[in-house]
Design a protein around this ligand. Sequence first.
Ligand code: SAH
Ligand code: SF4
Ligand code: F3S
Length: 468
Amino acid sequence: MKLPDMNEARLRNNQNIDFLYLDKIEYSGLYNGKKYYLRTYGCQMNVHDSEELKYLVESLGFSETKVMKDADLIILNTCAIRENSHDKVFGFLGRCKHLKEKNKDLIICLAGCMPQERSVIDTILEKYRYIDIVIGTHNKHELRSMLIERKSGLNINVLSNSNEVIENINYKHDSKVTAWVNIMYGCDKFCTYCIVPYTRGKQRSRKHEDILKEIDELIDLGYQEITLLGQNVNAYGKDLEGEIEFSQLLEMVSKTNIPRIRFVTSHPWDFTDEMIEVISKNKNIMPYIHLPVQSGSDRILKLMGRRYTKEKYLELFNKIKMKIPNVSITTDIIVGFPNETDEDFKHTLDIVDECKFDGAYTFIYSPRENTPAAKMEDNISLEVKQERLQQLNEKVNEYSLLNNKKYLDKEIDVLILEVNSKDKTKYMGYTETMKVVNVTGDDIKIGQIIKVLILSAKSFSLDGKKVN
Ligand code: SAH
Ligand code: SF4
Ligand code: F3S
């Protein structure tokens, strides 16, 4: 049994990328009548990967249950980005142990980013031997064959790295209105704090013709919106020599005439003028950009390996704001990076004041195994980190509210996604700028884009009524 090796994962060889076109999956009733329970942690990438895992197990006869104790198969699609993601999963595995004691046939599967870490595998070998299947991010499609040729005991199937782009993946989409479309896998940026380049491997872009084919199929199925996915969407194509770059791909996708196109996540480093141009002139590319800044201090940005300064970020930010009318911009920020002083943190607060982001995901720095930052002393006390986070969140929420209030009394286009989960008399949808709107009114249909009059604004959502 070969175990994942993070040092091997760090090595990026210059071998060409292989495109592996999977065969059509034939339905098998091997697990007819059996139920699976799947829980997803982490980013959109994982949410989308779970759609693939669902398709794979349903092609074997499993049906989904939301009640864990009824399940014959439990899949945890895990995240490794911060230590608390680990804690949640290990806590959950503890609970699964009791179920396994009661039901010897229960299959427990650990998938996603955690199994890519050697220390996680070592912990499993030591303390969680009752898990049945451990599968990594690079070969998750092999879950199906592992379930068909099931061997007793703990089976670990994780690759350290991959040169492959897997095509012909089937998904059981969570929504009939909006769909994720991977345009690339992996990340080559190696920000010093981040584990993603190790858990997801080398950057590998899909061929544009494969991406467009998938989008055409989604359009035929009636999808109204697609979100192009990648850890660095705007680095798309850099690994495909002589191919196209992200702005050109965006333009091609725009020509499909799907009503709404989104993309996450953009790195400031690869954000070109051509991209801004394409977004501003094509109405079906949504004026919403997630542009992680991480810190406002040049010193910390340098330690993080982000390759831009506060000034450069602001220059880009202002250019986007100027050229794309009504654009909304959100960000990610880390507090408590090693050696972050009060002065450094003040720069972060300052950049938030300057940008007045529409929203921000904020995190306390968490040292990750094998990353360069983990070798720096994690020398800020938890108390200080928490204080900074709270101070930052107050500011972030203030600006979210301020931005949302601009929508008051305006009539806005909203794409209706579903019935509101808390209040069944309302619907939930998104503005072009990615604001959640709770909508009331008659004759509202899921999948429609309707005009909504905004009646109230909170930090994280808007309320409105359909305009007839
Ligand atoms: N590819 C995306 C983000 C991926 S991870 C990008 O580059 O923007 C999502 C966010 O998690 C990051 O933007 C960062 O803010 C946060 N994050 C990543 N590693 C972290 C760590 N070790 N501790 C705390 N937050 C982290
Ligand atoms: Fe992580 Fe940086 Fe890659 Fe984003 S760009 S996934 S933060 S290494
Ligand atoms: Fe987490 Fe892996 Fe995504 S570490 S954030 S699930 S790429």
